[in-house]
Ligand binder design. Structure first.
Ligand SMILES: NC(=O)c1ccc[n+]([C@@H]2O[C@H](COP(=O)([O-])OP(=O)(O)OC[C@H]3O[C@@H](n4cnc5c(N)ncnc54)[C@H](OP(=O)(O)O)[C@@H]3O)[C@@H](O)[C@H]2O)c1
Length: 429
């Protein structure tokens, strides 16, 4: 091989353009760490006419991504186009052509990870995807390498900056979901179509990748139970504060030995829990392992530069391996593991309801709870005229039992309405 490693970059948007700048600006550091200089040889974009203002000659750009993959002057391919196709086909072709691939594409890794890993394994080349979860936060490498000897029991993450920004706004300003979303959109923290973020799809893709790596299990995005934050009200946030909790959208992967559970949903987290202090667009991942105990990784989960930093870390690794003629750590065999359905998962719950304020109501409600093994940890009551608002926090209960109890309670004559039901995470473990 030439005394440099030549990189072909597919896509030059937020992440790709930041990567081109980093490779240029940090050339000395990269060479010292990789043992060879990195050179951007080709870049594929959609629109060649766009003004890019990058330290690269215009002849490097093409609108034919396959030409980058096939170019004999490209040693390593970076995929930062996003989406499933043509990214999937391009990555497969690069791997089959013996070229290591670095990608930031969570959607692709979460749905077609197995195909990508098996192709890389078969071709004997690296596929690295650190930036696909947690943007700039190193997570995949710590899970795969630093914690390779530990048994990871649970990983809980705030892995979507947009929803964390919205929930932080609702908490600080007491605003509604719609107002906090509009503000996040105005400031560029949310897309004009926010569905992937606010409905939890983005977090579910990341949860699938986290579970796959942490538990060596074959988990895809559709295995992940998912609820977004669109139903969270200003009232829920205020109740959480009164009770000493903060509302967060959590991605949770748990290993129960015989089964694993992977879920994304909003949850009340105790104020003293490390995840409660993760504000605005920041991300964090809280890991619990048998030997390591509790550990948290915190940082910027998105943005061109932080994400390009993670891509570049992978690129330096892949370049080093290429120069030394070896392949890096493999993903390892990913066994299919039974997924525990959400109905069987245990959590604590917060329930809010409006009832007629008269004797015997509380007894009737707690009776329905008790019949279904749901035990109450605390209860608060506030009078509203002839009615009362009751707020219960339960001990850990099975989801199916809690839902059964909530349905039964809502049928009781003095109960006008069972309002929000939210899980409480990080209190009773
Ligand atoms: N942005 C973040 O904060 C972040 C964080 C973590 C992970 N990621 C992941 O990183 C990847 C890239 O994200 P991004 O924000 O950089 O996306 P982006 O700004 O939309 O950039 C996409 C790039 O791909 C190019 N492109 C699109 N279709 C193409 C095609 N068929 N052939 C060649 N080029 C094509 C576009 O060309 P034009 O420039 O000509 O339009 C653009 O340069 C995604 O997988 C994303 O999930 C992003």
């Amino acid at each position: 091989m030439d005394e440099r490693v030549r990189v072909g970059i597919l896509g030059c948007g937020h992440v790709g353009s930041a990567l081109v700048r980093l490779i240029h600006d940090h050339a000395d550091v990269i060479e010292a760490r990789a043992g060879v200089p990195l050179e951007v040889a080709r870049v594929a974009v959609n629109d060649l006419a766009k003004d890019r203002d990058l330290p690269l000659p215009s002849r490097c750009f093409t609108d034919d991504p396959a030409a980058v993959v096939d170019d004999p002057d490209v040693d390593i391919v970076v995929e930062v186009i996003g989406g499933i196709e043509p990214a999937r086909r391009l990555i497969i072709d690069a791997l089959m052509g013996g070229k290591p691939v670095v990608t930031a594409n969570k959607e692709l890794v979460a749905t077609h990870g197995r195909e990508l890993f098996e192709t890389a394994e078969g071709a004997g080349v690296d596929i690295l995807f650190e930036a696909s979860v947690g943007g700039g936060i190193p997570l995949i490498r710590p899970l795969r390498e630093s914690l390779a000897g530990d048994r990871i029991r649970r990983v809980m993450g705030i892995v979507n900056g947009t929803t964390n920004y919205i929930l932080t706004g609702m908490t600080d300003l007491g605003s509604s979901f719609a107002d906090a979303l509009a503000e996040a959109q105005r400031l560029g923290f949310a897309e004009s179509d926010p569905t992937a973020d606010v409905e939890g799809f983005d977090a579910a893709a990341k949860a699938a990748i986290i579970a796959s790596i942490a538990f060596g299990a074959r988990v895809v995005a559709s295995d992940v139970y998912r609820e977004g934050i669109t139903g969270i009200t200003a009232d829920d946030i205020a109740s959480a504060r009164d009770l000493g909790y903060v509302v967060k959208l959590l991605a949770i992967a748990e290993d129960y030995d015989s089964e694993i559970a992977v879920r994304v949903h909003p949850a009340m987290v105790p104020e003293h829990h490390p995840l409660a202090s993760v504000r605005d667009a920041f991300n964090a991942v809280f890991i619990e392992g048998d030997a390591v105990g509790e550990l948290m990784l915190y940082g910027r989960g998105a943005g061109g530069m932080p994400t390009a930093s993670a891509v570049l870390g992978d690129l330096v690794d892949a370049a080093k391996n290429l120069v030394e003629g070896r392949k890096g750590a493999t993903i390892g065999a990913m066994a299919p593991r039974p997924i525990r359905p959400i109905e069987q998962v245990e959590s604590q719950f917060y329930l809010q309801m409006e009832v007629a304020d008269r004797p015997g109501v509380l007894h009737a409600i707690t009776g329905e709870f008790g019949d279904r093994e749901v035990s109450v940890r605390s209860m608060r009551q506030r009078g509203i005229g002839d009615d009362a608002r009751l707020i219960f926090v339960t001990h850990k209960a099975r989801e199916a039992d809690l839902r059964g109890a909530a349905d039964a309670v809502s049928e009781l004559e003095p109960v006008h309405r069972v309002g929000s039901v939210l899980r409480v995470i990080g209190e009773e473990e």
